[in-house]
Design a protein around this ligand. Structure first.
Ligand code: NDP
Length: 240
């Protein structure tokens, strides 16, 4: 029977590309999303992949949705923590809500989804968790103390949980994307984006599928020796 994979924030951008790559890998894929029902409906119509709405920052919602999905589709062996938001601003103008919301969704979401699924993976002796970090969690970024801290936290979370899963066949890895051509990057003002692209050695933004291929390596049956690692896919912008 095909292994079941959940991709959070799977209905748009990088998440959609990850869903398609995992489907191609033969997985039963389920996409989660946060609130954009129209985008989710269009995604499911386009891909045939079911989509389910809940807030990954809500601990109880992660637990009960993952339990319900496991009852319907089978045990969840693969989780890709991809859902993420930005609430940019320099520190002296950033509200506590903007700090908290980014931490709650981007970093808290990883904890909540792992709490819901890691114990089962551990018991069954096989699992794959992939967390989507960011180049800005590695290098920092002006105007993003909240996002950079949350993404940097994801890299630490990954290494710690990898140590807990290693003996039980559960790998935990991270991808640190550079700037990828999605809605999130479309929100960056054009003059700022031009300056960013000028700093990318390959001379262009990345494509969502280029991140998805890295995820598919970590989720593969053959990827079991890779754990606690962070794969940077950033066009050479930051060599970590
Ligand atoms: P998008 O903004 O295009 O898509 C974000 C996805 O996350 C959507 O499906 C959205 O759902 C979902 N989402 C947002 N909030 C929640 C929530 N509370 N609960 C569940 N789902 C939620 O993002 P990208 O594809 O650009 O980014 C994907 C990941 O990659 C993020 O973690 C981002 O930080 C990271 N990243 C992106 C980079 C880039 O250049 N694009 C660079 C480095 C990292 P809905 O449609 O309902 O809003």
């Amino acid at each position: 029977m095909a292994r079941v994979a959940i991709v959070t924030g799977g209905t748009r951008g990088i998440g959609e590309a990850i869903c398609l790559a995992l489907k191609e890998q033969g997985r039963t894929v389920i996409a989660n999303y946060g609130g954009n029902d129209a985008a989710a409906k269009a995604f499911t119509a386009r891909t045939g992949i079911p989509s389910f709405r809940w807030d990954v920052g809500d601990h109880e919602a992660c637990i009960h949705n993952c339990n319900d999905l496991a009852a319907e589709f089978g045990p969840i062996d693969i989780v890709v923590n991809n859902a993420g938001i930005t609430r940019d601003g320099v520190l002296h103008k950033m509200s506590f809500d903007d700090w908290n919301e980014v931490m709650r969704i981007n970093l808290g979401g990883c904890f909540n989804m792992a709490k819901a699924t890691f114990p089962g993976m551990r018991e069954r002796g096989w699992g794959r968790i992939v967390n989507i970090g960011s180049i800005n969690g590695q290098a920092g970024q002006y105007g993003q103390v909240n996002y950079a801290a949350a993404k940097s936290g994801i890299h630490g979370f990954t290494k710690a949980l990898a140590q807990e899963g290693a003996k039980f066949g559960v790998t935990v890895n991270a991808i640190a994307p550079g700037y990828i051509d999605t809605d999130m990057v479309a929100a960056v003002p054009a003059p700022v984006l031009e300056k960013i692209v000028a700093k990318i050695p390959v001379g262009r933004l990345g494509h969502a599928d280029e991140i998805a291929r890295g995820v598919a390596f970590f989720t593969s049956e053959e990827g079991g020796f890779a754990t606690g690692s962070t794969m940077s896919i950033n066009g050479g912008q930051h060599m970590y």
